[in-house]
Design a protein around this ligand. Sequence first.
Ligand SMILES: NC(=O)C1=CN([C@@H]2O[C@H](COP(=O)(O)OP(=O)(O)OC[C@H]3O[C@@H](n4cnc5c(N)ncnc54)[C@H](O)[C@@H]3O)[C@@H](O)[C@H]2O)C=CC1
Ligand SMILES: CC(=O)C(=O)O
Ligand SMILES: [Mg+2]
Length: 598
Amino acid sequence: MARFSPQQSRPVHATPFLNHSTTPSDANYDTANPSYIRKYLRTYGLTPPRSESYETQKTRCLAQLALKNTEIDKFQYLSTLRKNNVHLFYRLITDHLRELTPLIYTPVVGEACQRWSEIYQQPEGMYLSWEDRGNLAAVIANWPQPNVEITCITDGSRILGLGDLGINGMGIPIGKLALYTACAGIRPEATLPLTLDLGTSNKTLREDPLYMGSRRDKISAEEEREFLDELMSALTERWPGIVIQFEDFKNPFPALERYRDSYTCFNDDIQGTGAVILGGVINAVKRSGLPCKDHRAVFLGAGSAGVGVAKQIVEFFMREGMSEEEARNCFYLVDTKGLVTADRGDKLADHKVYFARQDNQGQQWKTLEEVIDHVQPTILMGLSTLGGVFTPEILRKMADWNTAPIIFPLSNPSSKSECDYESAVKNTDGRCLFASGSPFPTMSFTNSAGETRTYYPGQGNNMYVFPGIGLGSILSKAVRVTDSMIYASGEALSAALTAEEIERGLLYPDITRIREVSIVVTRKVMRAAQADGVDRETNLRKMSDSDLDNYIKSRMYDPHTEVRSLEREVGHLLSSLGNLSPILNGSPTEEKPNGSKL
Ligand SMILES: NC(=O)C1=CN([C@@H]2O[C@H](COP(=O)(O)OP(=O)(O)OC[C@H]3O[C@@H](n4cnc5c(N)ncnc54)[C@H](O)[C@@H]3O)[C@@H](O)[C@H]2O)C=CC1
Ligand SMILES: CC(=O)C(=O)O
Ligand SMILES: [Mg+2]
């Protein structure tokens, strides 16, 4: 197979070891680089003369972003920024997580995926086709970054709640990995977005002249297994310690079962979602005032996320003293055919069998309304892809039955959310304990007692845990991702709330604190790996928690210190060569971080 290197089409970097870019981003052209760095990199003269402070760069970027009229324009702007100046991109994202995360992740990434083949501009990840089978290792060898630590793989067959988008799903691995970097400091060049082109069941896409994937129907489950077997082995052959995250597969259970004991892998939709909702539910149950045994949970959606979440909460209830049978009996899962029961008459998919009700005495409940009237739940979860299905009437019933109803419409993007925050607050008189998959704005509301206050929605999105699961697995060099590591991530998240956040009624930490929360999640994941004996970095076992936190922090990429560390790196190199003077002859137009001249 011909070897193709995307780098060949770009200016050659003077010093490959200083190439901190994620393919194919050009950090070497950062306008913050002082002139001696530019001279060293031989980029001097290729960017405008002034060496800028971050404040200046940020002002320009935010002004340019404000000029964009649509969310897709903003998404495109940020993608281009990441390509042109990866460190600046991450400086902006980490400083403006609340405002910018929705533009690079849910909800805007949903529209970007729907229109991927229309808005495509540049390579940002790897595409592997069914036709490449037998040669996957050779194609993977083309990835220009030598030290990949983590990959996020999708086959695009269930992108958020938007259905099968084929290779247009690439926005998801790119967006998720951007959050690994922004939220947990995994170096950008150590991430590999990977999209499998295994056909699509989406006829409209197959007939779209702009669609950039194969125009074949989806391959069979058996063919997919054959392909994934080769892929897993090719990935680990090139990068033996790689952490592999599966994302947005239509039926991800078989792959998880097949690979979980032999590779360092996890499924974000089953396990990451399970853990993040566990974190929110632990806090919501505490806040509800009811013991676990008195909760009844109706789940609309019995797919990967629904079952993944329900299983984590069963585990929580058991750790709180219930038997497995008692815990499982608190759950009522609903799919397209109604309440999942053992005698419903259809063949249940394997992953639903565990939750199939046996106590229905032949009776079946076909609709969500029927099920909730029957169960009168304390907890209502939406993982169904059905926007708006938690109607005002259903929400009012939840408020009638409960002092503090737990209502989590978790489907993404926002258009698929089972209800919005405003509706949940208004129809429960402000009493709901709420989290949604995509962000909603805070709101002011006056309840029936005449009290006006600000209400803060929670964002129950796996973005709160997958960065820490990934970083914890990388740093502990875990051979597997165990159930305890997953549970630990959710439990750590629940404990990460500050007193002030609890006071504000939050179920999840403020998103602006996500990097510090990721350190704690990472530590707990590493401790669980150590307890399970799956860590290969065994010298970390001896460290105290605070030393381990410091170690984790020291290993996290910080885009704000990148230019400084580059300066140090080049400074050391040049002083050891003894030829600093000609190169350190800086330009007179340099600007220090505070704006003063150098
Ligand atoms: N908040 C978060 O962090 C996450 C949210 N999700 C969201 O959860 C949703 C579901 O994801 P998966 O479980 O992976 O998908 P899935 O396709 O495995 O499951 C969807 C489930 O919804 C049910 N469903 C669909 N239409 C229905 C209808 N008309 N009536 C009743 N049930 C219906 C299906 O029967 C199935 O059980 C997606 O929108 C996804 O974006 C998924 C992962 C993480
Ligand atoms: C957040 C996520 O993983 C999903 O909606 O699929
Ligand atoms: Mg997902």
